[in-house]
Design a protein around this ligand. Structure first.
Ligand code: NAP
Length: 303
């Protein structure tokens, strides 16, 4: 039986696999798509300690994967269809049809971008509405793009797009940014970024393709239309907990409740990174969570 199954190959999962394997445990790391999770959507990671050159997300993901491989862990690319966590022997069923058992599980499923839920969003996704500036920004080279949100994701997306696009609008529901000061100051000083304060989208407009956004001013109630070629929705994230519904205690925001050892409400089940209830969602905290989870998972399987 595998000692530790790790579900998700973002920074938390890759760090957990490194620590678990180096600690002598047998490890299976299951990743659905590609290593790196959300960071592969990040064009420049400027605040990962020890990497002052600000690697792009792909580069950092590749280094994390390489480091895990050096410890003997190769991610297995498969979907996890179901998890049975309540017994002491955990059961993991993969999209390949295989079911395997593990003594401990570390949940590192990360989070998905939150949808804004306005008319036109679903219909125009992929036709002008996007959730990933790094993936889709190049489509708007020399054109106009609009970012919705005022957090770190929105502002770093706006800065990235400002280098490609003729004009970038940032639509934010308040008149102050949530983003860190470094990012906020850079965006406020960028000539082709215009802030549309106290505003929320009411609808994404267009039939075949996005043509604009209908906005409502949250202070005055006035409506207006902003013409834009693309919209990037960056209003936060939703922890990916579908797989463990009803099995593990969740916090009010839907993330997994853990203690400081990353233990969940179920013995032998740990959570790390963006999927857990954490006050700070960064690459450095995800890696730290992974290291802590692996350390106590090893302790759990050795009892
Ligand atoms: P976030 O920090 O939760 O910010 C979400 C933004 O969207 C906020 O400005 C919020 O407005 C706005 N918003 C939320 N719901 C909205 C709605 N229904 N309509 C309109 N606006 C809405 O999310 P995030 O920026 O994705 O960041 C997630 C985590 O990743 C954070 O911990 C962040 O620090 C981290 N992150 C870090 C970096 C970095 O350090 N370089 C980069 C990306 C992400 P209010 O401000 O009014 O609440």
């Amino acid at each position: 039986m595998t000692d530790i199954a790790i579900i998700g190959g973002g920074p938390a999962g890759l760090a957990a696999s490194l620590y678990a394997a180096r600690g002598g445990a047998s490890v299976r790391l299951i990743e659905e798509l590609f290593p790196g999770g959300q960071i592969v959507k990040t064009h420049c990671i400027e605040n990962y300690p020890g990497a002052p050159d600000g690697p792009d997300g792909y580069a950092l993901a590749a280094r994390l994967e390489e480091h895990a491989a050096k410890a003997g862990v190769t991610p297995e690319y498969a979907g996890v269809v179901s998890l049975r966590l309540s017994e002491s022997e955990k059961e993991i069923t993969l999209s390949t049809g295989e079911t395997f058992a593990a003594k401990a599980v570390i949940l590192c499923m990360g989070a998905s971008p939150r949808q804004i839920g306005v008319p036109g969003e679903r219909e125009l996704t992929g036709k002008g509405v996007s959730y990933c500036a790094t993936c889709d920004g190049a489509f708007y080279r020399g054109r106009t793009a609009t970012v919705i949100g005022g957090g770190d994701t929105a502002i770093s997306d706006a800065l990235y797009l400002s280098r490609l696009c003729k004009q970038v609008y940032v639509v934010h529901r308040r008149d102050r940014l949530r983003a860190s000061a470094v990012l906020a100051n850079a965006a406020l000083q960028t000539e082709n970024i215009t802030f549309v304060w106290n505003s929320v989208p009411e609808a994404f407009l267009g039939t075949e393709r996005l043509t604009g956004v209908r906005l409502k001013n949250t202070a005055t109630g006035e409506c207006s239309e902003l013409q834009t070629d693309g919209v990037f929705v960056a209003i936060g994230i939703v922890p990916r907990t579908d797989l463990i519904a009803g099995q593990v205690a969740l916090a009010r925001d839907g993330s997994i409740e853990t203690n400081e050892r990353m233990e969940t409400s179920v013995p032998g089940v740990f959570a790390a990174g963006d999927v857990r209830n954490t006050p700070l969602r960064q690459v450095v905290t995800a890696c730290a969570d992974g290291a802590v989870a692996a350390t106590y998972a090893i302790e759990a399987v050795r009892v």
